[in-house]
Design a protein around this ligand. Structure first.
Ligand code: EPU
Length: 416
């Protein structure tokens, strides 16, 4: 089995760059289904989720060339069916539903099912498409949607779902009339998708706020876009500096979208300097406990919760972490406790009592961000931590161990 071996205890120093944002790239790739012609998307990170999305789009008929700079030709779509085998491995696959339905009037997409971090239903996506005129049946685990011509609608989301907002926004680009999404998600990746869609002639305003207005157009042109940098990867690399009492600079940071993370790291006692698109973090190893609640953007991101928790295991006192976005995103707690951390979970709260030192252990990754948190803990622990099930890590971090090696970490991938 492939594992990551981390010899902890080295302070990390130096400069690395964040890659393109996974969650932005995935959505923008599905948007290419909205029209034929050659789309150009640059800054796409080299990740397993991107390969999965590539396979799904190719299955539908999209021709894809290139590595980090993709040329996607969605002129000949032969199939409007996204099979379970591809959707179950990556929930973002469900985002093909909106574009396929809007362009072809027909789509059949597997229901994604639950995953390690929660149930993650897609009811809000489905309700919105029905409001836009689609006839939707759920049969044998598949969503089958049919609609001769979608029309605009006023959609009030029960909660600001990121994927739901993206799916509706894409479909609305080709619907008749105006769609207004209220209580829309405000995540920067949604604005990046809107920017990509506008490059194709879409009429979208209000992205980045809770109300997004989309005026449908008859047809779009190919997208030309560079994916924004990954704020979660950047935050993870900054915590690698903080947890090792190091001095790390991350270039290519989307600083304006990292407010909640940078503020929390300052509150923990790190010196955090942002200048242009670079962020430098220094820590003398003295970490203060904090209280943090995850919430939709601009709140503290749930995708940074596990990594911050690793840092707080070494704080001088007791921290409180409340997870409000996903109902089961504390699976890493048991693994961190095996490394000597003192964390207790009560409902949606993790109570983290800092310890002076973490100890290496064999640990198992349960999801993408959990695997990052275990590697971070390993960087600070005494001894060699072995992290297994690292396919979770490869889904969403481009060359993480190489970037950490570059900063001086003793980390390698190997067979156990
Ligand atoms: N929800 C519903 N019904 C719906 C849709 C969502 O109840 O129809 C609930 C979910 O179960 C969850 C909450 O709403 O409790 C938020 O889910 P959301 O739809 O916003 O999440 P998502 O679109 O499935 C994206 C990211 C996640 C990130 C969340 C929250 C992508 C591909 N994924 O997921 O990223 O955690 O937004 O910010 O964009 C990751 O990168 O590790 C990751 C999990």
């Amino acid at each position: 089995m492939e594992c990551i071996f981390v010899n902890g205890g080295r302070a990390l120093n130096g400069t690395v760059a964040a890659s393109g944002a996974k969650n932005s790239a995935l959505a923008i790739m599905t948007a290419t289904l909205l029209c034929g012609g050659k789309h150009r998307i640059s800054g796409v990170p080299d990740l397993r989720d991107i390969s999965t999305m590539k396979r799904l789009l190719e299955h539908l008929g999209v021709q894809i060339k290139g590595e980090s700079e993709f040329e996607l030709d969605a002129t000949h779509i032969d199939i409007v069916d996204a099979p379970y085998e591809l959707v179950k491995t990556m929930r973002a696959s469900f985002l093909v539903l909106g574009p396929l339905l809007a362009r072809f009037g027909n789509a059949r997409v597997s229901l994604p099912g639950g995953c390690a971090i929660g149930l993650r239903p897609v009811d809000m996506h489905i309700k919105a498409f029905e409001a836009m005129g689609a006839d939707i049946k759920i049969e044998n685990g598949y969503v089958h949607a049919v609609c001769e011509r979608m029309h605009g609608a006023r959609i009030l989301l029960d909660m600001p779902t990121v994927g739901g907002t993206e799916n509706i926004m894409m479909a609305a680009c080709l619907a008749d009339g105006v769609t207004v999404i209220e209580n829309a998600a405000r995540e920067p990746e949604i604005s990046d998708l809107a920017l990509a869609l506008r490059s194709a002639g879409a009429r979208i305003t209000g992205d980045g706020s809770g109300t997004i207005t989309i005026e449908g157009v008859k047809e779009l042109a190919p997208i030309v876009h560079t994916v924004m940098p990954d704020r979660i990867e950047a935050g993870t690399l900054l915590i690698a500096g903080a947890i090792t009492a190091g001095d790390v600079t991350v270039d290519n940071c989307p600083v304006e979208y990292m407010g909640a993370t940078l503020e929390k790291l300052r509150e923990v006692g790190c010196v955090v300097d942002a200048s242009g698109d670079s962020v430098r973090i220094c820590s003398n190893g003295s970490l203060q406990p904090v209280e943090v609640t995850t919430s939709p953007y601009p709140g503290f991101p749930t995708d940074m919760q596990a990594q911050l928790m690793s840092l707080l295991t070494l704080a001088e006192g007791t921290s409180l972490i409340r997870e409000t976005v996903f109902e089961n995103r504390f699976i890493h707690v048991a693994e961190l406790d095996r490394m000597g951390a003192h964390i207790r979970v009560e409902r949606d709260c993790a109570i983290v009592t800092g310890v002076a030192q973490l100890e290496a252990a064999r640990v198992m990754a349960s999801d993408l961000r959990a695997s990052a948190s275990l590697i971070l803990a390993g960087l600070a622990a005494r001894g060699t931590t072995v992290v297994s099930r690292i396919y979770h890590l490869d889904r969403g971090y481009e060359a993480l161990e190489k970037k950490l090696q570059h900063l001086g970490a003793d980390i390698r991938r190997g067979q156990e």
